[in-house]
Design a protein around this ligand. Structure first.
Ligand SMILES: [Zn+2]
Length: 363
């Protein structure tokens, strides 16, 4: 008699693990209750005491593979957004984040996945030790490219394992313009995309404003995904993709990660006032977005999970039936209840992003 099967493998295409470690001062190796307890008296971040992500919770939920970010924004003097006052400071922040990922690798908490052989080896390891003490695989990505000082720095980052880059984040950027901004790719952005294409770095189109997305799709010929994005038709905001944009991304072979931030799930969310319970935000609301992408694509091969569950929000702003990231393991049953086939459920939970990476890394 074998051991009972663990939860289905979940691939989460967007977590800001290092940001949480270094800027939120969260030791993700600890139990979630302990992380929350140590924040009880803090009010500096909106999600204090309500975080949902830790390594033990990821293992409990079967989240054995993720895309984990480096993130640091440069802001010009007239920009109201928070961020570093020079690109060099932003670069240094990303290097601190890399140092934390390395320390987690040395502890056996994480293992960096950077090529096809490493991906296959990790999946094999996870099948053996999943749900218990195995290292969680992570693909290193960069959310917002302002910290890339020169193309030499991008090459250095690639050697350190960087495999996906989102050129923009919020507001105007050095290489691309992001959420709530407008404008096409500046020359520096075109140079960045050329260099990414040569290195084989995946273009993450999440957060690109409409004009920068248009330019990026026109000039980049490499692999494209959207790590954490939902549907504009359901929640009308420029952070979301229109049906036409989704159609175009599908045609490019993209996989889109459904994001769990409540304001992107239901219309009319008011930050700090709405609650997931009153707004009726559950895993089924996430499936509404997943289902729409499937309807547009005509199949279930272009959508996955990009939860962003540690993206500066916690239980106050995520589906009410997600107490911790371990509850991602409830998604397969919810998909089943909505009529998705077993093959499609596996694809959404992990298979689509894994197929994408195998193809992107086969060259
Ligand atoms: Zn984001």
């Amino acid at each position: 008699m074998g051991s009972p099967p663990g939860p289905m493998l979940i691939f989460d295409a967007h977590l800001d693990l290092a940001m949480n470690a270094l800027e939120w001062n969260r030791d993700l190796t600890r139990p979630i209750e302990e992380i929350r307890d140590r924040e009880r008296s803090l009010t500096d971040k909106p999600d204090r005491g309500r975080g949902t992500v830790s390594f033990p919770e990821m293992r409990r939920g079967g989240v054995g593979l993720c895309v984990a970010t480096q993130i640091a924004r440069y802001v010009a003097p007239d920009t109201p957004l928070p961020g570093w006052h020079s690109a060099e400071q932003a670069w240094a922040m990303t290097q601190g984040q890399l140092a934390w990922y390395r320390a987690m690798e040395e502890r056996g908490e994480l293992v960096q996945v950077r090529d096809r052989a490493g991906l296959d080896a990790h999946l094999e390891r996870w099948q053996d030790g999943r749900g218990t003490s195995g290292a969680i695989g992570y693909v290193l990505s960069l959310e917002g490219a302002d910290s890339i000082l020169t193309m030499r720095h991008l090459e250095r980052a690639y050697r350190d394992g960087l495999r996906a880059v989102g050129p923009g984040h919020y507001g105007p950027g050095v290489y691309a313009h992001g959420t709530n901004a407008s404008g096409g790719l500046p020359p520096a952005g075109r140079e960045l995309l050329r260099e990414m294409e040569q290195l084989g770095i995946i273009l993450d189109v999440t957060h690109l404003c409409d004009e920068s997305l248009r330019d990026a799709l026109d000039c980049f010929r490499g692999a494209v995904w959207a790590s954490h994005s939902n549907c504009r038709t359901i929640v009308d905001h420029n952070r979301q993709f229109s049906d036409g944009q989704i159609r175009e991304l599908v045609a490019r072979g993209a996989v889109i990660g459904a994001v769990f931030d409540a304001w992107m799930l239901v219309p009319g969310w008011v930050r700090g006032q709405s609650t997931p319970e009153r707004a009726g935000v559950t895993l089924d609301t996430v499936i509404d977005h997943i289902d729409r992408i499937c309807q547009i694509a005509g199949d279930a091969r272009h959508v996955g999970i990009g939860s962003d569950l540690d993206g500066a929000f916690g239980r106050e702003q995520c589906p009410s039936d997600v107490r911790t990231i371990a509850d991602l393991s409830r998604l397969p049953a919810r998909l089943r209840a909505r009529g998705f086939s077993e093959a499609d459920i596996c694809g959404i939970a992990h298979g689509n992003f894994i197929r994408f990476l195998r193809e992107a890394w086969s060259a």
